[in-house]
Design a protein around this ligand. Structure first.
Ligand SMILES: Nc1ncnc2c1ncn2[C@@H]1O[C@H](COP(=O)(O)OP(=O)(O)O)[C@@H](O)[C@H]1O
Ligand SMILES: CC(=O)N[C@@H](CCC(=O)OP(=O)(O)O)C(=O)O
Length: 282
């Protein structure tokens, strides 16, 4: 067990899945309260949020057909407009509202602002689960830079930077980026002590349909075995794969955790493995 004060002056990065932003009071009571406690302990916090379900709903309202390829959204010009509207609009304001409720000074924007997240267009790639041909996802970006100094200045000024998962290149072209990807890259570049991927499940489950089968801790070797044996599937695969890659780049611990009970995130930070799944190095 480690006290939060042991992390004074270090960074914690928290990723919020879009689904969680749909219930603001619940988000405030769980993630909001935990972030408030981190700040009170002198920890620097950055937040990345997604907005997948909201974007899908808006696409459908506009008569557009969402096209997901191996968990990533094919993004043409019209889809990028939808991502701007949902990530920088609806979800950003809903997340700001939850943090306001929790007394957290969140500055909500996207990675497009200043030079926070630099991205470049992802070249066509063969993707696991999407056949043998390289897939061109359109205006989807890879993170190639994080302005660590800008994060630090916002934190020094008393703000919690909260970013929707858009990034831009030197010519100002915005790209849609998976929010788990942004969060893992930001955590690695900030040298974060902890990354929390807060999702709609309580952690990695031995049986994905039974929340009582949560695995408290996983080493990289165990996690790879669980992917190979099919225990970890679907949306959880990229989350775990990216996490393992980032552990190698220096993040000390990654926690996949839910928001039920509301104290789950805070208790997981204090006692790794008590409420979620903690990935620990080696
Ligand atoms: N072993 C597993 N443990 C937990 N969740 C799993 C597992 N295998 C597959 N999943 C699925 O992964 C989903 C979480 O990924 P995703 O929907 O991409 O989350 P988010 O929107 O928070 O990024 C869960 O809702 C669950 O359906
Ligand atoms: C390229 C790509 O797939 N981008 C994601 C960005 C939002 C996201 O990641 O939202 P969640 O965290 O709610 O899943 C998307 O368009 O859905």
């Amino acid at each position: 067990m480690s006290g939060l004060r042991d992390f004074r002056g270090r960074w914690f990065v928290v990723k919020i899945g879009g689904e969680l932003a749909q219930d603001r009071p619940r988000l405030a009571a769980s993630v909001g309260a935990a972030v408030r406690a981190f700040l009170d302990a002198g920890i620097r916090v950055a937040v990345i949020h997604g907005g997948g379900p909201q974007a899908t709903e808006l696409q459908k309202k506009l008569g557009l057909q969402p096209r997901m390829v191996a968990g990533r959204r094919y993004t043409d010009e019209a889809t990028l407009e939808v991502m701007k509207m949902s990530l920088a609009g609806q979800v950003s304001v809903d997340v700001a509202s939850a943090f306001r409720l929790a007394g957290v000074p969140a500055l909500c924007t996207t990675g497009m602002s200043a030079g926070l997240i630099t991205a470049e267009r992802r070249p066509p790639k063969v993707m696991s689960g999407a056949g043998p041909e390289p897939v061109d996802l359109g205006l989807v970006g890879d993170v190639v830079g994080v302005d660590v100094e800008a994060f630090r200045r916002l934190s020094d000024a008393g703000f919690v930077p909260v970013l929707g998962s858009l990034g831009g290149d030197g010519r100002g072209q915005p790209f849609n980026i998976n929010a788990d990807t942004v969060a893992t890259r930001v955590a690695a570049k900030l040298g974060a002590a902890k990354l929390f991927l807060v999702s709609n499940v309580p952690g990695v489950l031995a049986n994905k349909d039974d929340p009582s089968t949560r695995l408290p801790t996983l080493t990289p070797a165990e996690a790879r075995e669980k992917i190979a044996s099919g225990v970890i599937q679907g949306g959880m695969i990229p989350k775990v794969e990216e996490s393992l890659e980032m552990l190698e780049e220096g993040i000390e611990a990654i926690h996949i955790v839910g928001i039920s009970p509301p104290e789950a995130l805070l208790h997981e930070a204090e006692r790794p493995g008590s409420q979620g799944t903690a990935f620990l190095r080696g």
